[in-house]
Ligand binder design. Structure first.
Ligand SMILES: [Zn+2]
Length: 797
């Protein structure tokens, strides 16, 4: 049954809400050359591309099959979807597409959505249940789904997660088109949830959060308090209902109000924190706010990358320990960056404090934007801060959460620029644009920003209230312009900038009246008043807290909101990991319109370090060129680093080439990680993930190989192998046995060993054998029956 409540919560909105109200993206029109072209690529390239991928990968076919099953048709193909959450990719792209329709009508796209929504609606069971894998084949759904509805929700079924994304899409589509088609589908599912779960009914919490945020959106659009109540119930059940599935991975290890550290899966976490902020704003639940404040302090003080990325480890796509922020193995899922921005924006709306916007901006311009290529057609899932060439964007993923999330986030970026509260107007971000801000007293204030931000820190804001009057304009003065990269001691600038931030009103300098990170200008405003903010943008060196081991003796470069990366195409010999940047080396910057769609590059004199044949370190001065981090990996794979050594003890001199490092590597695993075995990065232990390792996972119990083809035949008599053991995070262990073969014509023959083939951990296993002259050497490993195996480094003499 469709909820009868009138749509719309009334002109004044709910009784209680965020103190600061965001100005919706439909009221803010970008005219700039940074975001506008990206939003347009998202609309014209990424969204059609992602719909195409949803069709090609049968995500839409899943809805069609579910509908056919409901009609009683016998399905020839009952194969479960690849993942039980494949439905969400469709919902996310619908949401992104709906946002674009809100600002740019497109009858063809709207018709495509109508047809797609009809397919979604047809897959809904009569009582409202919507979950294609179970409907396609209730007897044999995806193995994570469980035999009965909801029974594995707190584990891996993702039934509620799917619905959360449906709610976000449905509200976006309703608001964009006025059509209730998808909203009615969503409300039928929400009513099923309300009949099934809640006080006095069954208890449940989502194994993957977002349902809470989605239900709040349904509440906002319908005014039906049951949806808000259910969102709160889903939060309060977590960690409190004695569920056997409770664990830190999905933030159910303790009640949400008792949590004070960011743990577990980072996307789940940030969606939960966002849902808590929403519910707190609408109910006044202070215990939620207190928990969020504690968790935020933990993230920003211990778990945030300089790029704004979060979720340090691929092991559970999760937050690491405090200060555990490795660079090459940094996970930093694109979705986690998006979740971090959802959350920090809500923290700003709760507290009216710019420090949350500092985090939001850092993530937005760096670790979030890096998730999509400049052409809008390939994506990063993890966003590492260092690469030896093993990382590349991909057009799609088996688990395709990130591309769909990019489509919906980029389409809504204009909604993060402004906020208002009573007679206070907040300027959060700097983007050339025009906006109409509806103030609470009924006035409309038109704000026009002229700026080349993020390339230039001069921002001219023309203020035009429809009727003159007094209000306070709060213009954010970013932390980076106040010598504070983030509101914690996790990062600091190596030196204080002496160039002052300037503020002028109608040409006259006014003192900076800083309040919670905003310059407050309260006065009577009239049409045509001009505020000019001057944010100096020298290139700054950032250093990390000494507890961040990965950044010891290293600096990152930042200019304005942008964090920089040295990447292979811009630097001699394609190398950047061997560089040393002396602290006194001056850094300059300049705009290069032809490079990477136009970027400001940073330059300076660095020293390239390399070992000679005797192992001595040779120094060669050369020019360092760095590009904005978001723009890396658009020119093919190769070296990249954000943190550059500024101490010789932290530098990584280019090793002298060896027979192994010059060899071509192939393997029975055919992975891009092949190259890790001869990258000459000495592992610190078998567990060390810092420079990547080669592995045969998921193969177990089989006999596998990896091979070096030498440039020309060479005499060899020793190999050294450093085995991987990732106990605690994966299934890679030392192999049961191994041996070395050499190529003799068309044949592979075993070498005659003089020492045993050892499988010791945490050291090189050296084997000498009767010398052979050969063009290729093969290492053959027989894996333990229940484990896979891998190699950190393989040397040959
Ligand atoms: Zn993702």
């Amino acid at each position: 049954m469709i909820v009868a409540a009138a749509l719309g919560v009334g002109a004044g909105g709910p009784d209680r809400d965020y103190p600061v109200k965001p100005v919706p993206f439909t009221a803010v029109h970008f005219t700039d050359s940074f975001w506008l072209p990206r939003i347009e690529v998202n609309r014209t390239v990424t969204i059609p591309f992602a719909f195409g991928k949803c069709e090609e990968t049968k995500r839409i076919y899943n809805f069609e099959r579910a509908a056919a099953a409901l009609r009683g048709e016998k399905l020839a193909d009952k194969t479960p979807p690849g993942f039980p959450f494949d439905d969400t990719d469709v919902y996310k792209v619908i949401e992104g597409a709906a946002y674009t329709l809100s600002v740019k009508p497109d009858p063809k796209l709207e018709a495509y959505l109508d047809a797609l929504i009809a397919k979604v609606a047809a897959a809904q069971e009569p009582d409202g249940y919507l979950y294609t894998t179970r409907t396609i084949d209730p007897e044999n759904p995806h193995k994570w789904a469980g035999k009965k509805r909801w029974e594995l929700e707190e584990d891996g079924s993702h039934e509620l997660y799917n619905l959360g994304h449906l709610y976000e899409a449905a509200v976006a589509h309703y608001q964009a088109t006025g059509k209730r088609t998808l909203l009615d589908v969503a409300l039928r599912t929400a009513d099923l949830l309300d009949r099934t779960f809640g006080p006095g009914k069954q208890s449940i919490w989502p194994g993957h959060q977002i349902t809470e945020m989605g239900l709040v959106k349904l509440y906002r659009v319908t005014g039906d308090a049951r949806y808000l109540g259910l969102a709160r119930f889903l939060l309060d059940a977590r960690g409190a209902d004695g569920s056997p599935h409770a664990r830190a991975y999905n933030q159910s290890h303790e009640p949400v109000t008792a949590q004070d550290e960011a743990v577990g899966h980072a996307v789940r976490a940030t969606y939960m924190y966002s849902g808590m902020a929403d519910v707190a704003a609408l109910t006044g639940e202070e215990a939620y706010v207190k928990a969020l404040d504690r968790i935020w302090t933990n993230v920003v003080g211990q778990k945030l990358y300089v790029t704004g990325g979060i979720g340090a480890t691929g092991n559970g796509e999760a937050f690491g320990l405090n200060y555990e922020l490795p660079n090459m193995s940094a996970y930093n899922e694109t979705c986690a960056a998006i979740g971090n921005d959802y959350w920090n924006h809500r923290m700003f709306l709760l507290h009216a404090d710019a420090r949350y916007l500092d985090v939001m901006e850092r993530t937005l311009y760096n670790g979030l934007l890096s998730g999509v290529s400049l052409d809008g057609k390939s994506f990063f899932y993890p966003n590492p801060l260092e690469s030896a060439g093993q990382h590349e964007r991909s057009p799609w993923f088996g688990c395709a959460c990130c591309p769909g999330n990019i489509t919906r986030f980029l389409a809504s970026v204009p909604g993060y620029v402004y906020g208002h509260q009573a007679d206070h107007l907040y300027v959060n971000l700097f983007v050339a644009s025009t906006a109409k801000v509806p103030m609470d007293d009924g006035r409309t204030v038109t704000l026009t920003q002229d700026t080349r931000y993020p390339w230039d820190g001069a921002v001219r804001i023309t203020v035009a209230p429809d009727t003159p009057g007094r209000f306070a304009l709060h213009v954010r003065v970013p932390g980076w312009a106040r010598n504070e990269p983030v509101a914690s001691d996790l990062y600091r600038f190596a030196d204080a900038s002496e160039e002052p931030v300037t503020l002028r009103v109608n040409g006259a300098a006014v003192p900076l009246d800083l309040e919670k990170g905003f310059a407050r200008v309260e006065r009577p405003w009239k049409k045509g008043d001009v505020v000019e903010l001057g944010l100096p943008m020298p290139v700054r060196r950032v250093v990390a807290h000494p507890s961040v081991e990965a950044d010891h003796g290293r600096v990152a470069l930042q200019r304005g909101p942008l964090v920089y990366a040295a990447e292979w195409p811009d630097n001699p010999d394609g190398r950047v990991r061997d560089l040393l940047l002396p602290d006194d080396s001056p850094l300059t910057s300049g705009f290069r319109p032809e490079l990477l769609s136009g970027v400001q590059v940073v330059k300076g004199k660095a020293i390239a370090l390399a070992r000679d044949e005797q192992g001595q370190v040779r120094r060669r001065e050369q020019e360092l060129v760095a590009i904005p981090y978001y723009a890396w990996a658009n020119r093919g794979p190769g070296e990249m680093t954000v943190w550059i050594a500024d101490r010789e003890t932290s530098a990584r001199p280019q090793p002298f080439p060896t027979l192994a490092s010059r060899a071509k590597v192939t393997s029975s695993a055919e992975g891009r990680q092949d190259r890790a075995v001869h990258d000459q990065d000495e592992p610190r232990s078998s567990k060390d993930p810092s420079s990547g390792f080669f592995h045969w996972w998921p193969k177990k119990g089989t006999t596998e190989w990896i091979q070096y083809d030498f440039e020309k035949a060479a005499a060899v008599s020793v190999v050294e192998v450093y085995w991987v053991d990732d106990t605690g995070s994966g299934e890679v262990r030392a192999p049961a046995s191994w041996r070395v073969l050499y190529q003799d014509g068309a044949e592979w023959k075993p070498v005659t060993p003089r020492t045993p083939y050892a499988v010791d951990l945490d050291r090189f296993n050296r084997v000498s054998f009767e010398p052979v002259t050969t063009a290729a050497l093969r290492l053959e490993a027989t894996l333990q029956p229940q484990w896979s195996a891998g190699i950190q480094e393989w040397k040959v003499e």
